[in-house]
Each structure stands twice: as structure tokens, then as C-alpha cells.
Write a protein that binds this ligand. Structure first.
Ligand SMILES: Cc1cc2nc3c(=O)[nH]c(=O)nc-3n(C[C@H](O)[C@H](O)[C@H](O)COP(=O)(O)OP(=O)(O)OC[C@H]3O[C@@H](n4cnc5c(N)ncnc54)[C@H](O)[C@@H]3O)c2cc1C
Length: 448
């Protein structure tokens, strides 16, 4: 049996590896349009700031593929899939590639919001960039160095936008992040923690503009500024757009596979064609697309089993786990980070907001099970959260974990429970009075 995989990043590579782990006989071939073997995209911003080199990003070199008897074809773009006769057409070549089973690990490309001039200035290489590949990062780096660029705008205050802004700032540029939503990391943080993060980002010398829809990029020979809705103009020599992803679906769609935002798959990661499977950033399952490495890894195991006809594991979706990678800033967001009102009762939140020490920890529970968390500033609880996700947790254990206490008024027994209050007891003003009996703050004792 011959398995062909299109795409050689985390999804394609790990699907190939997992197939090989399960079966030593099948022929495996990978085609990728990129010129590098599997590399990580995680550190691409550091390639711009020259903290890492291209070689540092390569995860598996050519010999890894040879040892596993996986044939890797670099610089090979598949232009057409013919599901009827199970062949593929390669760009610039006449011969057809045949397959018995096909895996689409096509990934995604950066989303460019409808901003006037954005695509034009990007295509003309006049100072508008997106970041997805090693080549993109090298292009940005060269542009910044060769053109003596002083000021950058990053459109998009999500994880990748902030990590990019941080490295651009490290490259010595005045840097501004422009975010459409009224807070940073709109998908990973609530408003309160978003505000704390904004302060921390600003303390690094990065300007943050929220609630700002970019309408136009101004520039003729080169970028000059951006115009926000309402008319405000922000000046910059380079604009980097990091505003989400678009799953790559065109060749699947052209081959009449069912697609929507992504390539539609069932719980075995099988597309609407029975011998074609899809995995990673390019898929849509249960109306969801993921765009994160843990999902690619999980899916690649299931896709490998399905390709070999071992349909014994069903994909259940992957809980989002995100960590912001900025030195000196600890932030992890996992799963559900707010109580969804429409889902009714049973939801509970345990929260510790320590604005003085810039720490914010929030745990979200449903019917006693841990469903998600935001950990900012103090991320000691990360491994606990990962281990206990979707499991029953003991409330007292959680209090201990977050170092949240209950204080009791010795006169009237009134409780001050830090887990449900917005201010820690120690941060209450000295003239705080017991709401039950008006006793002074010192009459409260910590419950042991
Ligand atoms: C800057 C950056 C930082 C990131 N940081 C994190 C992080 O910290 N944590 C995290 O979980 N995720 C992170 N991600 C996201 C993560 O990199 C992606 O989820 C992951 O790369 C998806 O892997 P994939 O194999 O599905 O797709 P991709 O990585 O997009 O790879 C698909 C490959 O297929 C190739 N291809 C597509 N069509 C064809 C064709 N027709 N013929 C041949 N080849 C084709 C593409 O060129 C590409 O090389 C980051 C992404 C970026 C860009």
C-alpha cells in the first residue's frame, strides 16, 4: 500500500511517523512545496530578531526521514488531486503520482482582514508582511535591516501578534500593536486579565491600541501609515499582519471534497472521499478549526490509524492550551475561561486577582470538574491544571493551589472568601469594616 501525504509540517510529519510506528511495510511519501524539512514555526519571530538561525528551527533533518523509510519530496507543490483515478498532479512536472491512501496536511495561511491596500502592498513587497514560514521571516528580517526601518505596527493582539511585536521591539524598532477587540488575547483572556497583560506589554515599551479596526494602509513606494476606523492615523515604516489563519482548502475543494472554512472530516479524520484523510490546521471538525500544535499531534495519531484501516479511536476535539512566549511574562490559558451563561447552572469560578504583584489566576469549574484556567504572572499551577482538566477537583485543594483564604470575623462570624471577592483580604484598606457587625479589619482571622 502506498500512502501519500501532502504537507510536511507538524501534521504531515507526525502522521508519517505514526503510520511507520504502526506498520513497517507501507510505502510513505511526503510532498511539500517548502524547501526545508520539518521545522517549527513557533520560533519564527526570533528568526527576525536574529535570536535563532534557520538551522535551529529544523526539527527533523533529511536523515530522520531516510531512517524511517519515508520519502520526502521538497520543493514539490501538488496542484491537483484526481480522486477518481487516485492520482496527483505535480506543479511543473508531467508525470502523475499515484496513491492508495492520501493524507492532506495542507495547513493554513495567514488571514488578511479586509484592509484597503493590504494585499497590494504585501504582494508588491512594499512593507506589508505576514508571518508563516521561514522564508516570510527572512523577508521581514532583511526588509527591516536593509531599509533602515524605525517604526513597526503589528495588526493583531493575539498570541502570535504579541510574540512577534516583542521580537520586533527586541530588534530595536518602535513597536505598536493594534487590536480590533477591546482587549488583548480576546480568545484566551477575560477583560480583567486582558487589562493586566496590556500594562505588562506597555511596560516593555510596546504601545497598545485597542478597539481599533484598521481600514487602510497608506503607502505608495513604501508604507507610511495606517488609518483606523474614525480616521486616526498611526505612522509606521513596516506593517505586520498577524490576524488569525485561513485553512488551506483550495485543492481539496477543487477535487470536490466537502469543505467549509476547513476541509470537512468525520471522527476518523476521513474526508468526504473514503481514501482521503485530512489532519491539522486545514481541517474543520464539529464546526471548529484549531490552529495549534497539540491538536495537530492528537489528530496525527488518529489519522495514522485511520489510514491503516484501524478505525478504533475517534477524535473528540482538542482542548485549547496556549502559552504566551515572551521572556519575563508568564501566561497560560487553557480550555473554557469564562462561564458560558447559556449553559445553565453548575458553573463556578475561583479567582485570585493580585494587581500589586501582577498575578491573575482563574479556574473555571462545571459540576465540580475543572474546565479551564487562566494563569498569569504565577503559573505554578499549570501542570495541576493540565493533569486535572475535565476531572473532578477538590475545592480545598484548589484554594491551596491558588493560595486563596477565607477570613472570619471573630465577632459575628461573617466570612470574607478571597475566592469570590475581587480584592485579596490583605489589600483591603486599613479602615475596612466588617459588613456584618462593623468590626475593624484586625478582628478577622484566617480560617486554618
Ligand atoms: C509564528 C508562529 C508561531 C506559532 N506558535 C505556536 C505555538 O507556540 N504553539 C502552538 O500550538 N502553535 C503555534 N503556531 C501554530 C502552529 O505552527 C500550527 O498549528 C502548525 O504549524 C500547523 O501544522 P500543519 O502541519 O497542520 O500545517 P502547516 O504548518 O501550515 O504546514 C502545512 C504545509 O503544507 C504545505 N502545503 C500546502 N499546500 C500544499 C500543496 N498543494 N503542495 C505541497 N505542499 C503544500 C505548506 O506549504 C506547509 O509547509 C504558530 C504558528 C506561527 C506561524
Amino acid at each position: 500500500m502506498k500512502v501519500v501525504i501532502i504537507g510536511n509540517n507538524v501534521s504531515g510529519t507526525f502522521t508519517a511517523q505514526n503510520i511507520r510506528l504502526l506498520n513497517e511495510e507501507v510505502e510513505i511519501e511526503i510532498y511539500t512545496q517548502e524547501k526545508y524539512p520539518y521545522y517549527t514555526r513557533v520560533n519564527l519571530p526570533e528568526l527576525i530578531s536574529e535570536k535563532v538561525k534557520v538551522d535551529d528551527l529544523i526539527v527533523f533533518k533529511q536523515d530522520w526521514y531516510e531512517n524511517k523509510q519515508i520519502k520526502l519530496n521538497l520543493n514539490s507543490r501538488i496542484k491537483k488531486i484526481n480522486p477518481k483515478n487516485k492520482t496527483l498532479e505535480l506543479d511543473g512536472k508531467d508525470h502523475l503520482i499515484s496513491y492508495d491512501k492520501l493524507v492532506l496536511a495542507l495547513g493554513s495561511t495567514p488571514n488578511i482582514p479586509p484592509i484597503k491596500n493590504a494585499v497590494k502592498l504585501k504582494d508588491e513587497k512594499k512593507g506589508v508582511f505576514t508571518l508563516r514560514s521561514i522564508d516570510d521571516a527572512l523577508e521581514v528580517k532583511n526588509f527591516i535591516h536593509n531599509k533602515n526601518i524605525k517604526k513597526a505596527i503589528v495588526i493583531g493582539g493575539g498570541l502570535l501578534g504579541l510574540e512577534l511585536a516583542n521580537q520586533i521591539k527586541n530588534s530595536g524598532l518602535d513597536t505598536t500593536v493594534v487590536e480590533f477587540f477591546p482587549r488583548l488575547l480576546p480568545r484566551q483572556l477575560d477583560l480583567e486579565c486582558g487589562e493586566m497583560l496590556k500594562e505588562e506589554i506597555e511596560s516593555k515599551g510596546i504601545e497598545v491600541v485597542l478597539d481599533a479596526a484598521t481600514e487602510e494602509i497608506i503607502g505608495n513606494g513604501s508604507v507610511k501609515s495606517i488609518i483606523l476606523k474614525g480616521g486616526k492615523e498611526l505612522f509606521a515604516d513596516v506593517v505586520l499582519i498577524q490576524a488569525g489563519i485561513r485553512p488551506t482548502i483550495k485543492i481539496a475543494h477543487d477535487a470536490n471534497l466537502r469543505t467549509n472554512r476547513g476541509i470537512l472530516v468525520n471522527e476518523y479524520l476521513q474526508t468526504s472521499e473514503k481514501d482521503i484523510f485530512a489532519v491539522g490546521d486545514c481541517i474543520e471538525y464539529n464546526n471548529q478549526i484549531w490552529g495549534i500544535i497539540p491538536a495537530c499531534m492528537e489528530q496525527s495519531k488518529i489519522a495514522a490509524a485511520s489510514v491503516l484501516g484501524l478505525q478504533n479511536v475517534e477524535y473528540q476535539g482538542t482542548t485549547p492550551k496556549n502559552t504566551l512566549k515572551i521572556v519575563g511574562l508568564e501566561l497560560t490559558s487553557v480550555g473554557i475561561i469564562d462561564t458560558p451563561k447559556e449553559q445553565g447552572g453548575g458553573w463556578q469560578i475561583l479567582k485570585k486577582a493580585d494587581k500589586k504583584d501582577c498575578c491573575y489566576q482563574k479556574l473555571v469549574l462545571k459540576d465540580g470538574k475543572l474546565k479551564g484556567a487562566i494563569l498569569f504572572g504565577d503559573t505554578d499551577a499549570v501542570s495541576f491544571v493540565y493533569n486535572k482538566l475535565d476531572k473532578n477537583v477538590d475545592k480545598d485543594e484548589l484554594r491551596e493551589l491558588l493560595r486563596l483564604y477565607i477570613y472570619i470575623c471573630k465577632n459575628c462570624g461573617k466570612r470574607y472568601d478571597e475566592a469570590v471577592m475581587t480584592t485579596l483580604f490583605r489589600d483591603l484598606p486599613e479602615n475596612f469594616k466588617c459588613p456584618g457587625c462593623n468590626a475593624p479589619k484586625e478582628d478577622f482571622k484566617k480560617k486554618e
